[in-house]
Design a protein around this ligand. Structure first.
Ligand code: AMP
Length: 445
């Protein structure tokens, strides 16, 4: 099945060919004809499935040419990263059309956004807060919206946007096409869908598990106080001695924890940056660009900041701390293995987190095996590094207790690295013996 067989016009099939897509993904095969036919849509699809093109492509076609000043498509997203990414997709897929895409979100100056809206807009991608602010001041005109998309609706509800969503809906004309995308179906999503959608086509191509199944998932037992040392080891050697990691997205629970861990990694000679809601938009954009360009090896992120991050072929996701909500684990590991690629998710599990891991396994209906914790050094930052490799986290604990406790950020010595350049791309599944050789243990804690 090709994109043109789905009914897409040549301007759009050319654009997807420019992007290098060979064939539509399952969500695209189902969503594109339904949206072209003007139907409402309830789509169970998580990020990584190609859902963005699933709604952007047919809506670009329905819009035809640029017209008027007020937007005819409105896409609401939970985060600014996702808004920027969806807008970029609309620009890319619309490269051979003359439609005007604008994006508005908080945390940056509003004037350029107001100017852009004034200049005319066909497709508006927005986060709810800034949109309502501008709409209430009559700086954003939503009276012409004929197609309304709620992207990652479950996340929007999790983030407390339900009232904002309702307020936005009140500003839209009653006659319109509505599309709702959500990775999960809670009762809240169902009632939102019932209120929003009229006789929707149901598309559920990406059951939650499908990403999870493509991601190789492993867990290490490690005491909380040794996680950072194990992580430094993993960056230097890999999870199964396969070689240094050149790119890993590391999740922490808190913003403070993200900052501290990024500093500790830097102290150990690993280029790192933190990305979370307290960082300015420009700092987040810069960190992401540096990460994509390979200038930094570790991007340390909190849950919310990670939404919408689209990093091609991201090989590693690390759960430095497990999330409290199993769905968040699925979202996190969905950062790797995007659009059919495979990747690996590594979880560092302290004794008090094993219950969380069990909840996650129950939700995914899939087990996450513990593999043997590699020998790692508890690196001392104020004395020459002694090759104090310990077997596993527990014995490393006693080693640390005898030495200085806290490395001072910025004073660390580089992590021991193997001879391979850290920047050299490396894919998994290359059949190296280290990957399965003796490392896997099926036992549970
Ligand atoms: P999404 O789920 O919309 O966030 O898309 C995930 C990734 O898949 C993005 O990097 C897209 O560029 C890519 N993608 C979307 N559609 C296709 C396709 N038909 N073939 C290959 N990659 C695609």
């Amino acid at each position: 099945m090709s994109f043109s067989e789905l009914g897409l016009e040549p301007e759009l099939t050319r654009a997807v060919a420019d992007k290098g897509y060979d064939a539509p993904t399952p969500i695209q095969r189902q969503a594109i004809p339904a949206v072209l036919a003007g139907r409402d849509l309830l789509a169970g699809a998580q990020t990584g499935t190609g859902k963005t093109a699933g709604f952007v492509l047919p809506l670009l076609q329905k819009l035809g040419r640029a017209e008027g000043r007020a937007p005819r498509v409105l896409v609401l997203t939970p985060t600014r990263e996702l808004a920027a990414q969806v807008a970029q997709s609309a620009i890319d897929y619309g490269a051979h059309k003359n439609l005007r895409t604008r994006v508005i979100f908080g945390g940056v100056g509003e004037n350029p956004q107001i100017e852009a809206l004034r200049a005319g807009c066909d497709i508006l991608v927005a986060t709810p807060g800034r949109l309502l602010d501008l709409a209430n001041r009559r700086l954003a005109d939503l009276s012409q919206v004929a197609h309304f998309v709620l992207d990652e609706a479950d996340r929007m509800l999790d983030m407390g946007f339900i009232h904002d969503i309702r307020r936005v809906m009140q500003l839209l004309p009653p006659e319109r096409q509505n599309l709702l995308f959500s990775a999960t179906y809670s009762d809240d999503i169902r009632s939102l869908a019932a209120r929003l959608l009229r006789d929707p086509v149901h598309v559920d191509v990406a059951p939650r598990n499908s990403t999870a199944e493509r991601v190789e998932q492993v867990a290490f037992r490690v005491d909380k106080e040794h996680k950072r040392h194990l992580l430094v080891h993993l960056f230097g050697h890999g999870a199964t001695d396969e070689g240094p990691w050149y790119q890993a997205l590391v999740f922490t629970r808190t913003k403070h924890g993200a900052n501290r861990l990024a500093q500790q990694l830097e102290g150990a000679g690993i280029r790192a940056a933190a990305i979370h809601g307290n960082k300015s938009q420009s700092a987040r954009v810069r960190a992401l660009a540096d990460f994509k360009a390979g200038k930094i090896t570790a991007l340390v992120a909190t849950e919310v900041a990670s939404r919408g991050l689209d990093i091609k072929e991201l090989p590693q996701v690390v759960n430095y701390e497990l999330p409290n909500v199993p769905e968040d684990y699925v979202h996190r590991i969905g950062r790797t293995a995007r659009a059919g690629a495979t990747g690996r998710a590594v979880s560092l599990v302290a004794p008090d987190e094993t219950g969380l891991l069990r909840d996650i396994e129950r939700t995914m209906r899939q087990s996450v095996p513990f593999i043997e914790t590699p020998r790692f050094a508890v690196v001392r930052h104020e004395s020459p590094p002694r090759a104090e490799a310990q077997r596993g986290g527990h014995r490393a604990a006693s080693a640390e207790q005898t030495g200085p406790k806290q490395p001072r950020p910025g004073q660390g010595r580089p992590a021991r690295r193997s001879g391979k350049p850290a920047g050299a791309p490396r894919r998994f599944g290359d059949g190296r013996p280290g990957r399965t050789g003796g490392g896997f243990r099926s036992g549970r804690m």
